[in-house]
Design a protein around this ligand. Sequence first.
Ligand code: ZN
Length: 449
Amino acid sequence: MSLRLDELCAASYAELRQKVLLNRLAAPRRNPAFLPAAASSPREATTCMTTHTRPARAGDQSYLKRLNRSAILELVRQEPGLSRAELAARTHVTKVTVGTVVQELLDEGWLTEGTLQHGGLGRPGRPVHLNEDRHVIIGADVGVQGLRVVATTLTGRVLTRHVHDGPTGDPDTAAATLAALITAAQNDPAARDRQLLGLGVAVPGPVSQPGHLLLLAPNLGWRDVPFLDLLSAHLPALPGLTLLENEANAAAFAESYLRGRDAPDMLAYLSLGSGIGAGLVVGAPEPRLLRGAGHLAGEIGHTVLQPGGLYCHCGNRGCAETLLSGWAIRAALGIPHGPLVEAVNARLDEPEVQVTLRRAGEALGLLLTNLNHTLNPSEIVLGGPLTRLGGPLMPAALDFFHEHQHHLYATAPPTRVQVRTDSTLLAARGVAAQVLARTIRSAESGVVA
Ligand SMILES: [Zn+2]
């Protein structure tokens, strides 16, 4: 929930600071690119990884200025095309102040404005949009079978993509390969003349916050990996904000954040790949991730569906991943290497394949039912390579879910389920969107170098 600007004007600066902190459960790291020009020194740009929080001083005009910039930029992101008068009406800030801030953001390349429009509030006004031509954000996704890098605009539009297909390898190898892809994206003609806001990296496992440590990536065999540190050794001059995020969290964030005002109040994203993970976001249009006390929220692949069942690599028996995951399907069908989806889809007429996929689909339907009864999200999105499997997997899952979702409370509104058969770049786009979200919010944090 964001702080309304009429509250800002009515409260003292100390009260504002307290409200901001209450509304920001985790203080984001600042991106110097969004601060007023005087604060964007080269030194700060190179030390943003080690920033700390300083309380704003009462009467700190630059602090209130940053709040105004943050609120207006966020509102334009959520509702592109608002005029200055509409921005003033929505934020309860004077038209003069809005005009000043908007002009600054136009001059700095954060916003663009269209031609004069009639029919809005009061006098004709120009619609204001995020500037798609000035900045670039890089998002990266470390998969179990490959690496993906995108360069995006402020609205999440992909300018260029660079992909490595094949085994990811050990952390050092993956960092070196990923750094080469990131450098290629930076130097791509579509991105090289833009100002880089930062880099987000999605990884297939839980991540400590704010320690930015990949705690565990079981399908890669990695544990306690400071992946950003490994990466930075290959990218010493990379400017801007850098963050590490769980892959399913990043995809869930993309599904919510990039929809703006159309995002559902609560969304769950299930990543169906070599492993099974979930990302959970609440709040729209400024989504918050549910991380859990030990950063394990969303590790839905290790909920036990079959007590005494097959051993899982986590050490338990009968986890969802032993029935529904890329590695479980590989093991059941004897496909140790190579592209899984293509191999399975080529054998759909085999009874063994049908049985394995139906059993996996019923496990997925059970997961969806339990998830719905645990969190009751407005929408569940299914993504990841397993959504491209033919045969009975997905129909069995959806049938099971639809048959069971109303048994507890028949009049409850139905939970919408969407299937993304192409989610290849979703996590990379999502973690890039997180960089933008933290950049915008950084103006409220009072974080200094
Ligand atoms: Zn497990």
